[in-house]
Design a protein around this ligand. Structure first.
Ligand code: C2O
Ligand code: CU
Ligand code: CU
Length: 494
């Protein structure tokens, strides 16, 4: 991530110093002293969920003072919403946050100008097929004391989705502060597969933060007080379910791990310290046709992976989940406890390929860097356009389109479309003719977020079904999204 390193490292250090407490080196803390938190499951009341966004102080590690966070119902990550496919859910998202933000707002960003309230929120369920009025449009934000009741029809296949703030121009700060949680869709077909459940199914929400020694969150700034935005944030404190270096005691049997990368900008390259393979059973939008064995995989911001890890025959071992040089968490394999160990099913769920010939239109969309006069990067754009320019992507309802995403920048960008699920067709180098590269194993199922690699054309195919109306597509590096790397698009009923 060239641009950020060039410009911003020194100012991040300056900000930390100015904030009073020095930056924390997470390696100074003992590892694996906190049990992995099991995320609470939200309970509906008279058929409706109510989740309250409020400030809370939570301990991210045994030896750290509590950290000020913005949470749903006092939890970070927020309580998991568990729904059944085809059964609608009503959720009231309530804003009871303080009046002032505790992270550095940039008033020069579109949507965060001086006339806008500091604290604004609007919640989006990432990956949900939701009517536009309940999708959490970035400009539909509201302030303290207000709420929005959204209706989720849940007419979609089981998958691990997630909810998070989407307020225009401050989304990166609100999510960094903690406004995120999981949204699990289940159905009878998945139930029938006999996949691991209960304590053998473990959702893992991964996100990185920078911390100070007093436990507080550090969000780097540019060094320009009037324009503190930075193009990327990489924390060295890697949290799993809101804890730094947690451990989980497991039985010597298979576990289903459901991973989400909820980081602002960090990509993970995940593997196990004992070199064992993962059985990949699902991606962003649900199950694969059959499990795939993979030694490691990449998870970009917004992406999910559903894997089975087998601890059979490993009694007494300690196994770490790693991302390159980082250790995220430890599994401690205990003694056998008996009980039947279900085999990994060999057939999961069909993923019918959308034929390219079904596409009524191919759009070539560029990812570009916007330079200032000095040749410095100011922001990234989608197709050279800003947020408030006229809508140019208007697929017709129920038609198939191919989006060819040509990345002219030097960074990889995880591109996410609201409303639809898609399939990754292939990638081709931009500058020379080479054979197209097939999607990676973790891209062989239904997706809603795709890594558009630098200097490549990444092709996806989607049917724009569900609901007509105004949605968005954007880069899921939140610093990019907040600074114009997001565009409206409109599904048009015919
Ligand atoms: Cu994860 Cu526009 O969302
Ligand atoms: Cu989304
Ligand atoms: Cu980006």
């Amino acid at each position: 991530m060239r641009t950020s390193r060039r410009l911003f490292l020194q100012s991040a250090a300056a900000f930390a110093a100015s904030a009073g407490s020095p930056s924390l080196d997470p390696n100074s803390l003992p590892r694996f002293v906190d049990p992995l938190p099991r995320l609470p499951v939200a309970k509906p009341n008279a058929g409706k969920y109510r989740l309250v966004m409020r400030e809370a102080e939570l301990r991210l590690h045994r030896d750290l003072p509590p950290t000020r966070l913005w949470t749903f119902d006092g939890c970070f990550p927020g309580p998991t919403l568990e729904v059944r496919s085809g059964q609608a859910a009503l959720v009231e998202w309530v804003n009871q946050l303080p009046e002032r933000h505790f992270l550095p707002i940039d008033r020069t960003l579109h949507g965060a100008e001086a006339d806008k309230p500091e604290v604004r929120t609007v919640v989006h369920v990432h990956g949900a097929k939701t009517p536009p009025e309940s999708d959490g449009y970035p400009e539909d934000w509201y302030t303290r004391g207000k709420s929005a009741t959204y209706r989720y029809p849940n007419r979609q296949e089981p998958a691990m989705l997630w909810y998070h703030d989407h307020a225009m121009g401050i989304n990166r700060l609100n999510i960094y502060a903690g406004l995120l949680g999981l949204y699990l869709v289940r159905d009878g077909v998945e139930d029938g597969l006999g996949l691991l459940r209960g304590r053998y199914e473990v959702p893992l929400v991964i996100c990185d933060r920078l911390l100070r020694k007093d436990g507080s969150l550090e969000y780097p700034v540019s060094g320009r007080p009037d324009a503190p935005w930075v193009p990327e944030v990489f924390g060295n404190a890697l949290l799993v379910n809101g804890k730094l270096f947690p451990y989980l005691e497991v039985e010597p049997r298979p576990y289903r791990l459901r991973l989400l990368n909820a980081s602002n900008g960090r990509f993970y390259h995940l593997s196990l310290s004992n070199g064992r393979e993962f059985h990949l059973i699902g991606t962003d939008q649900g199950l694969l046709p059959a499990p795939l064995r993979i030694p490691s995989f990449v998870l970009a911001p917004g992406e999910r992976a559903d894997v089975i890890v087998d601890f059979q025959g490993r009694s007494g071992e300690r196994v770490e989940l790693r991302s390159d040089a980082f250790e995220l968490m430890q599994f401690r394999v205990g003694r056998a406890t008996g009980g039947r160990v279900p085999p990994v099913p060999t057939v999961l769920r069909p993923v019918p390929r959308i034929p390219e010939a079904a596409a009524v239109r191919t759009r070539v969309l560029t990812l570009n860097e916007d330079m200032n006069g000095a040749g410095e990067s100011m922001r990234m754009l989608l197709n050279g356009a800003h947020w408030d320019m006229p809508v140019t992507e208007k697929p017709l309802l129920d038609t198939v389109e191919i989006w060819s995403i040509a990345n002219l920048t030097e960074d990889s960008h995880p591109i996410h479309l609201h409303l639809v699920r898609f399939q990754v067709l292939d990638r081709r180098p931009l500058l020379y003719r080479g054979p197209p590269q097939p999607p990676e194993p973790t891209e062989s199922g239904w997706k809603d977020t795709v890594r558009a690699h630098a200097g490549m054309v990444t092709r996806i195919i989607a049917r724009f079904e569900g609901y007509p109306g105004r949605y968005v597509w954007h880069c899921h590096v939140l610093e990019h999204e907040d600074n114009e790397m997001m565009r409206p698009y409109e599904v048009v009923a015919v």
